[in-house]
Design a protein around this ligand. Sequence first.
Ligand code: AMP
Ligand code: GLY
Length: 425
Amino acid sequence: MNILVLGSGGREHALAWKLRQSPSVKGLFVAPGNAGTAAVATNLPLAVDDFDGIAQKVKAHGIDMLIVGPEVPLVKGISDFFLNHPELSGLPVIGPSKAAAQLEGSKEFAKAFMSRHGIPTAAYESFGPGDLEAGYRFLESLKPPYVLKADGLAAGKGVVILDDLDAAKAELRSMLVEAKFGEASARVVIEEFLSGIELSCFVLTDGKNYKILPTAKDYKRIGEGDTGLNTGGMGAVSPVPFAKGAFMEKIEARIIRPTVEGLQQEGLPYVGFIFIGLIRVGEDPFVIEYNVRMGDPETEVVIPRIESDLAELMSATAKGRLDEVELKVRDESATTVVMVSGGYPGSYEKGHVISGLDLAGENAVVFHAGTQRDDKGNVVTNGGRVLAVTAYGKDFTEALEGSYKAAGQLSFQDAYYRRDIGFDL
Ligand code: AMP
Ligand code: GLY
């Protein structure tokens, strides 16, 4: 089987690394990929939303399955594009339809979906540009802190949490009237603040059946102690120690099952990963957000813990036969520590040579996020998040020792990583 993975980060390297271990995988391609994916697959220089370009490569390389990493092509409708393609309509695509991808593409859609299916989430109302006064009244009815969410995709920046009522009103105005996040904030969801510890749950579904993948917790802030600006993710741990027993049963009964059944009832075709961002309030799970893809860096701890053959899992998913395969998960914990370029998530330099990759590779699996090869063949930095250093251990503390040991063996100019991943567990 020939597989094409779409994307260029640590998530896609982890998927490709795992697929490479499947005897059934012959040709493995990643578009556009990075220096890490080039070691296990063939990189194809394509933008992830260049659907026609992707279709050409699918034909040229006899691709049998497309696995979509990031959300943008899904929200733009890549699954429907192939379904409706005159020559490629039979191509299995791992990733939901455009209609179902609204679970991530529109916060308002996701909230309304949860409300229709009785899925626990923060109370909310949504507002458009003509509703500014109504938005102010709703803010006044809430207790601080105030949570404002741009409806559309905003590259992880669309959620603003403020303590002050006047600041919240100004933010609402800036989003709705001044288009702070462009088209993405043409509508805004305002919701009740939930206080608790966050975790993420990953589900693989073929539209009818589902498998619950390992849980994970990521660390989004740049600074230790969860301080400073939001990033794409600075590290992750799997499993989440408190996500077990009765609490996991609540997640499945109240959230996972109603989500998969709700999609089916509403005729929203969904073949792929569902990433459910959760918060534990007391002993109860609430949904913070849906994503219609795997998380990054969560994939770099979830996928290494899966023992089953990933290509077989993906094929069963595409065929609607997920009930016929077994999902085997390693008991050990996995952790990943993300090494970023100095200055990230603000401006940063690219092109610095990375050293220590061979040495670190003896203790850990080093997934590449923002890397490429320069003219001289050196692996150099090519993004904010550069490497995700994954290790195993009997528990997350032991796994972290491995991740940190390997991170200490890696270096590039102005490299930074958080030394407190897992601090709150
Ligand atoms: P999102 O982009 O939806 O993942 O939101 C970004 C972050 O904002 C989440 O990871 C939470 O930490 C926080 N957040 C979002 N919604 C709420 C809420 N209702 N209550 C508390 N924190 C929230
Ligand atoms: N780590 C969060 C995300 O992938 O959205």
